[in-house]
Design a protein around this ligand. Sequence first.
Ligand SMILES: Cc1ncc(COP(=O)(O)O)c(C=O)c1O
Ligand SMILES: N[C@@H](CCCC[NH3+])C(=O)O
Length: 417
Amino acid sequence: MNPVFQLKNQSLYAEDVSLASLAKEYGTPLYVYSRSEFENRWQAFDQAFGNQPHLVCYAVKTNSNIAVLNVLAKLGAGFDIVSQGELERVLRAGGDPKKVVFSGVAKQSGEIRRALQVGIRCFNIESHAELDRIQAVAQQMDKVADISIRVNPDVDAKTHPYISTGLKDNKFGVDINTAPELYRKANSYSHINPIGIDCHIGSQLTEITPFVDALERVLTLKDRLAEDGLNIHHLDLGGGLGIQYTDETPPAIADYIQALITKLDDPSIEVIIEPGRAIAGNAGVLLTEVEYLKPTEHKNFAIIDAAMNDLIRPALYQAYQDIVAVTPREDGIEAEWDLVGPVCETGDFLGKNRKLNLKDGDILAVKSAGAYGFTMSSNYNTRPRAAEVMVKGDKAYLIRPRETYDELMGTEQLIED
Ligand SMILES: Cc1ncc(COP(=O)(O)O)c(C=O)c1O
Ligand SMILES: N[C@@H](CCCC[NH3+])C(=O)O
C-alpha cells in the first residue's frame, strides 16, 4: 500500500490526517490528495536525470486543481498543457510560462495567440495544418514560435487501446517517416523555429521497452534532420509511465529515466518529459459513503454516493481501482459486492465483485484516484462535482469546495417568451 495512505489505529489516514474525519467534515464524495506524494514523485523524476539537461513538465490534464499545480510550480516544475484553460490554470497557480509545452491535436487560433502572448516554451505540432496556423498567428503578432513536431513512432505501448496514442491508426502526431518533410517546411517559415522532436506513445505503460523503442526511432529522425542541416535542441519524450493499481509492476521512475539517458548517449541534449499519472495517480483517493446495501439472489449491490460522473475510469476503460473500507469492520455483511453509484446507467460502477465487510454508512476509499479522477468528472444526472482536499502532514486544506446547485445551474437561462 502507498505509504501516504496507511492504516493507523485500524483506520485509514492520508499522511497524518484521518480519512474518516475528513469525510465527516467535508462530506462525500470527496477527493483527498497527499501533498508530499505529489512533491516526492515530481522530485523523483527531476533527480533521476542527474546532470542531463532536462525539464519535467507535469501533464496538467491529470489533476489540474491550482493548489496541486502551485505545489509543483514551487518545486520548479514545467507543465504540459492541452488547452488555453490549462494554460490559465498554470498562470493562476504561479507556474512559469517559459516552462510550458503546448500539446494537443486542435489548438485554436485564440489559444495559440494567448500562448505566444505569455511566451510559452514550445508548441508540440500535430499536423501540417496546425503548423500553417501557428505560422499565421505568429506572423500577425510579429513573434517567432518555437516548435517541436509530435511524431508517431508506431510503437505498440501494450496498454488499453483507448489510451494508446503512438500507433499509426491514432489521431495524434505525424508519421515519423514523413516528419522530415514537415521539418523542412517549418524551417522555411518566417515565424517558426523548429527546436525539438516530440512523441508520446500512450498512458499506463508498465514496461520500459516501448519507451526505448520509441526513443530509438526519434534518435534516427534526429540524425536524419542533422543531415538536412537542422539541429534539434531538445527531445520531448512524453508521459505514459504507469502506476500500480492492483498487481501491475511498473518500472521505478529512476530505472525508466536511466534507460532513456543510456540510450541517448548525449550529455548535452535537453530531455523534456510529460508525466502525469506517475506523479498524481497514487497521490489521491476518492472517499465515498455506502448509502444502501442491496443483496439479491444473483448479485450483491453496495450503492455508494460516488458515481461514474465523479470517477469515470471504471466505466470508460473497465479500469480496476482498489476499493477499501476506511475503517475496516468484521460485524457487517461479508460478501462480494458490486459497488455501484446513483447514476442511471448500467455502466455506473466503481468496482465489481469486491470482497468487503460492509454496513450502510461505511466510508470507502477508492484508491489511485489522484490522476484522471476529478479532471474527468462531470455533472451528469445534475450531480454537483465532488469537493477536493489536500493534506500536508497533520493539516487538511479544502482546495475546492463541493459545487453548489447554484454554481451548477447558475448560468443557465430561461427563455422569456
Ligand atoms: C501529450 C501527452 N503528454 C502527457 C500525457 C500524460 O500521460 P501520463 O498520465 O500517462 O503520464 C498525456 C496523456 O496521456 C498526453 O497525451
Ligand atoms: N484518461 C486516461 C488516460 C488518458 C491519457 C490522455 N492522453 C486514464 O484515465 O487512464
